[in-house]
Design a binder for this molecule. Structure first.
Ligand code: AMP
Length: 209
């Protein structure tokens, strides 16, 4: 199965993508995570991308399309995959179509802007392994360190309140039109993001049946 998760930053796409990935044994591919890894490793792509991500702007289409082309050609994607954070613009969706990728379902997680801002202020991530947590919705065992590697959790640079607002604006301008794009193909399913992760998961799994 080939699944896309759509939604505003902080809507819970990544969390649901990870849960569905385990349940269906499909790789969850997050362009954001690939970009953060490249920034951490100081690669040429990472250095270029950082100029955009640090301001909350989108990385240019040709860069992310290149990342996805490479990743989808890997053998673990042969039986399907979950895309978390790609496509984020209409040209990216068109590029996916042009690659001959036939998507089965597009799950759009809807969360109102006011809730997004509160939710994002609680997001924490592990600078070592990239695992994500939330002070309220998904706390780590100690609340301050990563469950997997014990490293102190940090706030992503682009989760700072001033950057969140511009990410939301960009979401409405550039990513939200994808709802229309996929609705026309009959593949879009809207899931209302719930307070509890498990409740959103139940709705997501229902949508994937
Ligand atoms: P995310 O972890 O999905 O919120 O992505 C973090 C940041 O990486 C975004 O704010 C963008 O700067 C960049 N990014 C991730 N995916 C894409 C994409 N498909 N198109 C453009 N930029 C992206």
């Amino acid at each position: 199965m080939k699944i896309i998760f759509l939604g505003a930053p902080g809507a819970g796409k990544g969390t649901q993508a990870e849960i569905v990935s385990e349940k269906f044994d499909l790789p969850a591919i997050s362009t954001g995570a690939i970009i953060r890894e490249a920034i951490k490793n100081g690669t040429e792509m990472g250095t270029k991308a950082k100029e955009f991500t640090s301001k909350g702007a989108l990385v240019p289409d040709e860069v992310v399309i290149g990342i996805i082309k490479e990743r989808l050609s890997e053998s673990d994607c042969a039986n399907g995959f979950i895309l978390d954070g790609f496509p984020r613009t209409v040209p990216q969706a068109e590029a996916l179509d042009a690659m001959g990728v036939v998507i089965d379902k597009v799950i759009n997680i809807e969360v109102p802007d006011e809730k997004i801002v509160t939710r994002m202020s609680g997001r924490r991530s592990c600078p070592a392994c990239g695992a994500t947590f939330h002070t309220v919705y998904k706390p780590s065992a100690t609340g301050e360190t990563c469950d997997k590697c014990g490293v102190e959790l940090t706030i992503r640079a682009d989760d700072k309140p001033e950057v969140v607002l511009s990410r939301l604006e960009i979401y409405h301008e550039q990513t939200e039109p994808l709802k229309d794009y996929y609705s026309k193909t009959g593949k879009l399913i809207n899931v209302i993001g719930q307070e509890e992760v498990a409740d959103t998961t139940a709705l997501t799994l229902e949508a994937l049946k």
